[in-house]
Design a protein around this ligand. Structure first.
Ligand code: PGA
Length: 261
């Protein structure tokens, strides 16, 4: 299965020169990027999205995505972000349900489910984050937490759209804020992946469940990306902090690409 590396810039690189430097830095690898088997998704800060689509439109392995979108396509929703706009400009992915959306923007699991419906109706690909909090982990409730989120998110999700669904196991406690944290072990990641797969198999059957990629996110970097993608057999990574430096992101891409060949 093709591995995917998703760069989630969050609300970083917020100044014009920072964005321009990043784009310039990443385009230095244009030749290598052009021949990749690995899929790359760039989710920049919202106001730079169209610029990214324009700058990377000739590189087939690169797609551009949003970090969030509203569930309606259009209307009186001040400040809302429409995934329709992304689609009409040629963007392909939307990240949904990130724990920072829940923590800072009050997003509930029901809201994530609505948003997933909105994005999938448009035929865009959704990258849906699922993960346990520190408290849930300490109480040994990881399985219940993942199950509860998947049940809510996929309640009305039709099997015909599973090929556009990507799940990302993002243990909330492993997402680096300012301090470095240790990501879960390969065994822990694999266990979470199996729990998520089992849920999908029970709901949709084995052949449909096969279509859904399951990525890992939380403190992924050049040094652990191979362990995540190969030892723990995740289908790719969602990268926050390490994606902010083009050379670091490219380092991760190269490691995954070389091991996939
Ligand atoms: P991180 O962020 O790589 O900085 O831990 C990952 C994420 O939150 O998507």
């Amino acid at each position: 299965m093709q591995k995917i590396i998703v760069a989630n810039f969050k609300m970083n690189l917020v100044l014009k020169f920072e964005i321009e430097n990043w784009i310039k830095g990443f385009l230095r690898y244009k030749q290598e990027l052009a021949s990749l088997n690995t899929g790359i998704v760039l989710a920049p800060p919202i106001l730079s999205t169209l610029n990214f689509i324009e700058q990377f439109k000739d590189i087939k392995s690169i797609a551009v995505g949003l970090q969030d979108s509203f569930w309606e396509r259009k209307g009186s929703f001040t400040g809302g972000i429409s995934a329709s706009t992304l689609k009409s400009y040629g963007g392909e992915y939307v990240i949904l349900g990130h724990s920072e959306r829940k923590k800072y923007f009050g997003e509930t699991e029901e809201v994530v489910a609505y948003k997933l419906q909105g994005v999938s109706k448009l035929g865009l690909k959704s990258i849906v984050c699922v993960g346990e909090t520190k408290e849930e982990k300490e109480k040994d409730l990881t399985k219940e937490s993942l199950g509860r989120q998947l049940k809510t998110y996929l309640d009305d999700f039709p099997p015909g759209r599973l090929d556009k669904l990507i799940l990302c196991y993002e243990p909330v406690w492993a997402i680096s804020t300012n301090k470095p944290v240790n990501p879960p072990t390969a065994d822990e990641m694999m266990t979470a992946k199996l729990m998520m797969k089992k849920f999908l198999v029970e709901k949709y059957g084995a052949s449909q469940a096969e279509k859904v990629k399951i990525l890992y996110g939380g403190s992924a970097n050049q040094h652990n990306v191979e362990e995540i993608c190969f030892e723990a057999s995740m289908d790719g990574v969602l990268v926050g902090k390490a994606s902010l430096v083009p050379a670091e992101l490219m380092g991760m891409i190269k490691r995954v690409e070389e091991r996939s060949l």
